[in-house]
Design a protein around this ligand. Structure first.
Ligand code: GTP
Ligand code: MN
Ligand code: MN
Ligand code: MN
Ligand code: MN
Ligand code: MN
Length: 211
């Protein structure tokens, strides 16, 4: 069994003896629409991983690296991100989740810290980063494609009538790595993309999708 707790940057900095990872959500407000004139509320960059799960670009902090060095290196490896043009810094930090794993004797042991960052981009920069991904060393190896999480809701037409919740609510029913779904939810609220009530409603609609 595992349990997750949120810890501060300072607390996370003290846990250097366990595995550390850092991932980042790039996003922009697009002012574009999809089918049936449905507004897209945000473009939110995620990746399809080699293991079939959805997650964010980023990865493990290697020996001798600090969090920001490791994160920016991983973003270059997985997306061919231009680190000079698009640096991710402490000001982009959103959260740290501590994973604790239950031991045979019932006690919990700290096993991993997952740092999470978010960076708001212009639409032009978002598109530029998406296009560049094919040049990445780890494209098709770890990163099986950067995707746009469909942060949108169908409210009109036959799709909305027949399949309420299609759009973001159904996106939530995919399988996400580790605590990536929680990280996504948190940044969507903290970056002001959706309200807590809106996300709660999407989670309710996602529970029993009629396929
Ligand atoms: P390797 O170089 O092959 O080790 O891959 P990587 O360094 O890119 O690591 P990866 O991103 O696959 O994952 C590092 C750790 O973080 C693993 O324990 C994953 O389970 C976890 N992980 C991967 N993606 C996410 C994510 O989006 N959010 C969270 N919270 N954890 C993730
Ligand atoms: Mn078509
Ligand atoms: Mn990687
Ligand atoms: Mn990775
Ligand atoms: Mn790695
Ligand atoms: Mn790697």
């Amino acid at each position: 069994m595992e349990k997750w707790t949120k810890i501060s940057w300072e607390e996370a900095e003290e846990t250097t003896d366990i595995v550390r990872a850092a991932h980042c959500a790039f996003w922009c407000k697009p002012e574009t629409k999809t089918l049936r004139d449905t507004p897209i509320k945000a473009l939110l960059m995620m990746q399809l991983r080699f293991d079939g799960l959805l997650g964010f670009p980023g990865g493990l902090i290697d020996a001798g690296e600090n969090i920001l060095e490791g994160l920016n290196r991983e973003l270059r490896e997985e997306m061919a991100l231009d680190n000079e043009k698009f640096p991710v810094g402490k000001q982009n930090w959103i959260s740290a989740h501590l994973r604790q794993t239950q031991q045979p004797d019932g006690s919990f042991k700290k096993t991993q810290v997952c740092h999470f960052f978010a960076k708001n981009l212009s639409k032009e920069n978002f598109y530029e980063i998406e296009k560049k991904q094919l040049d990445a060393d780890h494209w098709g190896y770890e990163n099986f494609g950067l995707i746009r999480a469909p942060v949108l809701e169908f409210t009109a037409g036959s799709v909305a009538e027949k399949y309420p919740g299609r759009g973001f609510a159904w996106f939530l029913t995919h399988s996400f790595i580790s605590c990536a779904r929680e990280q996504m939810t948190e940044m969507i609220i903290s970056e002001g993309i959706l309200t807590k009530d809106e996300i709660t409603r999407y989670f309710e609609m996602s529970r029993n999708p009629e396929l």
